[in-house]
Write a protein that binds this ligand. Structure first.
Ligand code: KG4
Ligand code: ZN
Length: 348
């Protein structure tokens, strides 16, 4: 049997410094290790500070890579190829990972490829042994992303819907800030919502009747702010739980409705979600129910593969390396979504 190809993945697009080893075997990819160092430094600012993120990547990345190798029981000499996130993300943050990957590729004399982070979120279920029946319709939902895609084939994607203002994770983070729940806001809202009444407050589901697959979250966020302004202090626990539940229902159900509509319109044979917001419990339950209703599989990877990680980067990089693709030392990071040429914005 051919020796498996061991790919080191590197992810530095936002505020997580991550490295992972994926072994690409003839019968499928196997995750050997995945290390994510969250940069706690941003908590006190209530959001990611780009310059601080770049500096923290610079400090953390060498140790994170060594840890990923150590946990896989490997050394640098065992690495057959290197995959690094090249788009989209914060430019300075991406630069740290891309420069590191190039230097390592040169030192080890191994091939390297740049990977599109969004493609990696969409294909992450492959690391759980899933085949991803195509075409798939998927949502990538995080603090920076809120898009609906059709996966026509591995390497060919269309964006069919996008937010017209805030990303859904940004809405969770802003509402949590208004409620004094800290950053990131998704996990505490999800937790408090479990004990709340999602129907107590009627909140807008952005662009519900727009007839396309676009989303909007700024109106929802403003409605929550107005409600808080109109509610005298002190607010009791029941109020906060009900507000969290009502906000979460509006945010998540609005997304699920658009995902279902896109899936029907594009003849989806499977559904997939990725990104930090995909960890949300209501989203998970709603997605599973949608899959059952439509009679197609619905994939939501485990929380460690939904949130930012380098395993998904090593996965997609390995698929590209396996096809004989290589990038040169002139590879540049790209902050935007489309420039990698992987994601086509038309419906084709
Ligand atoms: O993908 P991710 O780790 O990083 C990027 O933003 O790229 O996603 C982080 C986002 C944050 O906005 C956070 O509040 C949100 O995901 N999040 C959640 C949950 N867990 C994380 N949102 C809703 N419910 C959750 N359980
Ligand atoms: Zn992400």
């Amino acid at each position: 049997m051919l020796r498996p190809m061991r790919v080191l993945g590197i992810e530095t697009s936002c505020d997580d410094t991550a490295a992972a080893i994926v072994e690409h075997r003839p019968d499928g990819p196997v995750l050997r290790s995945s290390v994510v160092a969250a940069q706690g430094i941003h908590t006190e600012f209530g959001g990611v500070v780009p310059e601080l993120a770049s500096r923290a990547h610079l400090e953390l990345l060498p140790g994170v890579v060594e840890q990923a190798l150590g946990e896989a029981g490997l050394t640098f000499a065992d690495v057959d190829g290197i995959a690094v996130t090249r788009a989209p993300g914060l430019l300075g943050a991406l630069l740290v990972g891309v420069c590191y990957a190039k230097a390592l590729a040169r030192a080890l004399d191994r091939p390297f490829v740049g990977v599109n982070h969004i493609e990696a979120h969409l294909l992450a279920p492959l690391l759980e042994g899933v085949a991803l029946e195509l075409p798939a319709v998927g949502a990538v939902v995080s603090g920076g992303h809120c898009e609906i895609f059709v996966v026509h084939a591995i390497g060919r994607y269309s964006i069919v819907g996008t937010t017209r203002d805030d990303a859904i994770g940004e809405a969770f983070d802003k509402v949590a800030k208004l409620l004094g729940l800290g950053f990131p806001g998704g996990p505490p809202i999800d937790r408090l919502a479990a004990a709340g009444d999602p129907e107590r407050f009627a909140l807008p589901r952005g662009l519900a009747g727009s007839g396309d697959f676009d989303l909007s979250y700024s109106g929802l966020k403003t409605a929550v702010r107005r409600l808080l302004d109109a509610t005298p202090l002190p607010r009791d626990e029941r109020f906060t739980a009900d507000l969290c539940a009502s906000f979460q229902a509006a945010a998540v159900d609005g997304l699920l409705a658009k995902l279902a509509a896109a899936a029907r319109a594009h003849g989806a044979r499977s559904l997939v979600v990725g990104g930090g917001v995909a960890c949300n419990s209501r989203l998970g339950d709603g997605l599973a129910a949608m899959g059952e209703r439509m009679g197609i599989p619905a994939y939501r990877p485990g929380p460690r593969l939904c949130a930012d990680n380098a395993a998904m980067i090593a996965l997609v990089g390995g698929l590209r390396l396996g096809r004989g693709e290589r990038d040169g030392f002139d590879l540049e990071p790209v902050p935007g979504l489309d420039d990698s040429g992987l994601v086509v914005t038309a419906n084709g």
